[in-house]
Design a binder for this molecule. Structure first.
Ligand SMILES: CC(C)(COP(=O)(O)OP(=O)(O)OC[C@H]1O[C@@H](n2cnc3c(N)ncnc32)[C@H](O)[C@@H]1OP(=O)(O)O)[C@@H](O)C(=O)NCCC(=O)NCCS
Length: 183
């Protein structure tokens, strides 16, 4: 399974001791503000299992982010095979979530840059997408910082949310190979 190194971070496979800080992050109202809800301990463990399975079967995925000298787990970032059908699928998305104390340090940008470069350079992906709700300004600003672009014609209704749900409408960002940060 792949590990990625950046100047301040290690993106690594998950360990059993990550379960507790991962659940705490997923139970934080501020971290989960732009999701339909916080995750219960059971939901958090189920998500962790899906991430471990993806990582084991593909060798890459949503990595645990360790900040050596700061904390053994500050969040996650990485690549994920989009698991629902939409006009832009099949696709690989880039995603991220940091525990609240670690926002505002450029850690997500640093991790996302490494994951994005891995997707283009090691996996040879043609395109990486990302999506969120318009209100999640921190997330779509990060998408823009890593060089992704938004075409309003790509915006879509998330099929996992019911019609009329206030978070159903999503903005889609894309980045195509050839303008990766390392090339
Ligand atoms: C989205 C999320 C990962 C962004 O985290 P972040 O820390 O704001 O993102 P970055 O790593 O790009 O850091 C940028 C901030 O760090 C600051 N910064 C400090 N040192 C820095 C450095 N060395 N390099 C770059 N930025 C630095 C920037 O000025 C910027 O600050 P600002 O927010 O005051 O403008 C975080 O808000 C989060 O986990 N949200 C909840 C989960 C979520 O919604 N995930 C996305 C679902 S689609």
């Amino acid at each position: 399974m792949t590990e990625l190194y950046t100047p301040r971070l290690l993106l690594r496979p998950w360990k059993p001791e990550d379960a507790e800080p991962f659940a705490a992050m997923n139970a934080d109202l501020e971290v989960m503000e732009h999701f339909p809800g916080c995750l219960s301990r059971i939901e958090s463990e189920a998500m962790l299992e899906r991430m471990v399975h993806h990582m084991r079967t593909k060798g890459w995925g949503l990595w645990a982010i360790e900040a050596p000298g700061v904390a053994p787990l500050i969040g996650f970032c990485g690549l994920w095979t989009v698991s629902f059908e939409a006009p832009f699928t099949p696709a690989v998305e880039i995603g991220w979530r940091l525990a609240r104390p670690y926002w505002g340090n450029g850690y997500a940008f640093e991790a996302a840059t490494a994951a994005m470069n891995f997707g283009f350079d090691a996996l040879n992906l043609q395109e990486i997408v990302s999506f969120t709700i318009p209100a999640n300004i921190r997330s779509w600003r990060l998408m823009e910082r890593v060089g992704m672009t938004h075409n309003p014609a790509d915006d879509f209704d998330h099929p996992r949310l019911p019609e009329g749900h206030p978070m159903r409408r999503h903005v889609l960002y894309r980045k195509t190979r050839g303008n990766s940060l390392s090339s």
